[in-house]
Design a protein around this ligand. Structure first.
Ligand SMILES: [Zn+2]
Ligand SMILES: [Zn+2]
Length: 196
């Protein structure tokens, strides 16, 4: 594993700026990985899965440190709005969930009262604070279905309404019809017709 300072340089490049959330994300991933016995994430690509609970700055840093990516199915996103992540070694089943403490922000601000830029103060403090001041960590068990694992798709069916293909058992069954989630009423979009 690289050092915090090394990750900070890399994270600033790939995320576009450096911010307190990313320092938190880097340290969250470092703590999580160490806690499940993974010291070199680059060598653990095939066995490491990460579950993130927010789509903000910290998540980019977690992805950077772990090497887990959405496109590799090794990064799973649960939209809980929480700065937290779970790190799972699928070989051993060991997993921990690391959540940022809500009181860390106030503590960080109090550490550098002379720094007028609150963001800077927070960023510097997050580098120095102890793991226990920044995070709560708990051992957890994650039960994964085969169709959630990385690797080639386990199944593929065509939606009987729109005809689009659906991988990995994400289809819905309504009566005797097989539908994609959109056609089953779970869509996040509506079609716009040309005369609208
Ligand atoms: Zn950011
Ligand atoms: Zn459909």
């Amino acid at each position: 594993m690289k050092s915090l300072e090394e990750y900070i340089v890399l994270a600033a490049e790939s995320h576009g700026h450096m911010c307190p959330g990313q320092v938190l994300g880097i340290r969250m991933a470092q703590l999580g990985l160490r806690s499940i016995g993974i010291d070199d994430p680059a060598k653990a690509r095939k066995r490491l899965l990460t579950f993130v609970e927010i789509d903000r700055c910290a998540t980019d840093a977690v992805s950077l440190v772990t090497g887990c990516r959405l496109g590799k199915r090794s990064l799973k996103f649960f939209d809980y709005g929480k700065v937290a992540a779970t790190f799972l070694d699928i070989q051993t089943g060991r997993a921990v969930r690391v959540a940022a403490r809500d009181d860390a922000r106030a503590k960080a601000k109090a550490m550098f009262p002379a720094v007028s830029d609150a963001n800077q103060a927070q960023l510097q403090a997050y580098k120095l604070m102890k793991d226990g001041e920044l995070f709560n960590i708990q051992a957890v068990r994650v039960t994964l279905k085969p169709e959630d694992l990385p690797g080639s798709p386990r199944s593929r069916v065509a939606c009987e309404h729109c005809g689009e293909g659906v991988n990995d058992s994400r289809e819905r069954r309504q009566g005797d019809r097989v539908l994609c989630r959109s056609c089953a009423g779970e869509g996040y979009y509506e079609e716009v017709t040309s005369n609208e």
